[in-house]
Design a protein around this ligand. Structure first.
Ligand code: UD1
Length: 419
């Protein structure tokens, strides 16, 4: 969040290069499953590097209803789930974020039954839950699709689940659900995103026995669980957004407190596009150069190019000389940011899930609306490199995943005000 204020509209005056250092916060998509895991493990937890963003605050509200208390001191969050109890999760909370679906696995683990409202999150086309449900059913649970949610009951037995697609959410839900299974649970075709690894690292610190982290075959063996301390992985998508912001605005940025290897598909793409990027331990430095088109980029599960960085990269390519193709393979409708980028002068054509970006000499400010978290971030990036003022409405979406965005942009030389 932005100093406790909820963003509504941003006014961004473009054309000012960025310069300085940004400390990357803890990852949204790492923190959310780890917080949710407190509903599967009674204990006391200390989470370091926990980002102050709206999705985390909503998750804390859900946890509070379940008897899990939490206290924040700066970036440290203490959780106490020793008073965990079953309770209904209000649709108004669950409907604000995708990761609320993970309460299904966590509460099933704790209580042998769970009923959750439909999750929300960014509108990216259909986001079915068939993989979550069929995996739980394979392990003996009964699931039911309700008109406004999902219910699930039964203690999980030992067994093997094969995911036909390495869904991040389904893998995380299964990891949580399997914590109290009757015997070992194997997941074949698991997602290998760094955030899944971070959940495994946290669960391991809590006493879980999980093998195979970082690969497609995970095994969870029953074990006794307890509270733990854990440092949340840095946010690779926040870092990717800053890299693209620098490419759009020009200038030089140093990003600290991150894992450069997790950013490699994004930093490689921007290097090809003409940015100078150097890697050190926990640090990336980027200096923007004149931008040029790059070979086609195809999004996919880790370690392929991340779908969450597709929109910010598109913004960075709007002024790259030549033509670049971006293909979105993860979500069916993840081009909702394109009309706004076109309104700023971007030359983008789409055919299905392919976007063709022809570099233009200059972008101009426009009145545009944030469509989703990363799409909104892409609009901010494009506005930094555009002539004149961009007015971005529905900017509250950015609060879901970017801590101190406006403050940091202004510290780095941009001109951004919020109302
Ligand atoms: C998570 C991330 C999101 C990221 C995505 C892919 C969180 C809170 N969100 O979302 O930022 O963009 O991973 O890296 O961590 N699918 C099915 N059936 C299912 C589940 C998924 O068909 O039961 C499909 C989805 O519709 C989508 C694809 O699988 O097309 C990937 O989804 P998934 O990996 O589950 O993403 P999320 O966990 O929703």
């Amino acid at each position: 969040m932005q100093g406790g204020r909820v963003l509504k509209t941003l006014h961004i005056t473009g054309g000012r290069p960025l310069s300085g250092t940004v400390e990357i916060h803890g990852g949204k998509n790492a923190a959310l499953p780890i917080l949710t895991a407190a509903a599967a493990i009674p204990g006391r937890f200390l989470l370091r590097n926990c980002p102050e963003i709206r999705d985390v605050e909503i998750t804390r509200e859900i946890l509070a209803l379940l008897g899990v208390t939490s206290h924040r001191a700066g970036s440290e969050l203490r959780l106490d789930s020793t008073g965990l109890r079953p309770a209904a999760i209000p649709p108004a909370l669950a409907g604000q974020l995708r990761s609320s679906v993970l309460f299904l696995g966590a509460l099933l683990s704790s209580f042998g039954n769970a009923s959750i409202p439909l999750p929300g999150g960014c509108v990216l086309g259909a986001r079915p839950l068939d993989l979550h449900r069929s995996a739980l059913e394979t392990l003996g649970a009964q699931t039911e699709a309700l008109s406004d949610g999902i219910s699930c009951r039964g203690r999980l037995r030992a067994g093997t689940v094969i995911l036909r697609y390495p869904s991040v959410g389904a893998t995380e839900n299964l990891l949580l659900a399997a914590l109290h299974a009757e015997g070992p649970v194997r997941i074949l075709g698991a997602a290998a995103e760094p955030e899944v690894d971070d959940l495994i690292a946290f669960l391991t610190a809590c006493g879980a026995e999980i093998s195979g982290a970082g690969g497609p075959c995970l095994t969870i063996r029953p074990s006794s669980l307890h509270g733990a301390e854990h440092r949340i992985l840095p946010d690779r998508m926040e870092a990717a957004t800053w890299l693209c912001a620098a490419a759009c605005a020009g200038g030089s940025l140093a990003l600290t407190g991150l894992v450069p290897a997790h950013l490699r598909p994004v930093s490689d793409a921007l290097r090809l596009a003409g940015c100078r990027i150097t890697e050190e331990a926990e640090r990336l430095s980027v200096t923007a150069g004149p931008l040029r088109a790059i070979p086609p980029i195809v999004t996919g599960p880790y370690p392929a190019f991340p779908t969450d960085a597709q929109a910010p990269l598109m913004a960075a390519l709007l002024k790259a000389s030549g033509t670049t193709i971006l293909e979105e393979t993860v979500f069916e409708d993840r081009f909702r940011h394109i009309p706004a980028l076109r309104a700023m002068g971007g030359d983008i054509e789409t055919v299905g899930r392919l976007a063709r970006i022809r570099g233009v000499k200059q972008l101009h400010g426009a009145r545009i609306r944030a469509t989703d978290l990363r799409g909104g971030a892409a609009m901010v990036c494009a506005a930094l490199g555009a002539e004149g003022e961009t007015v971005l409405t529905d900017a509250a979406l950015l609060d879901r995943g970017y801590q101190d965005l406006i403050k940091n942009l202004n510290l780095l030389g941009a001109s951004v005000s919020a109302d």
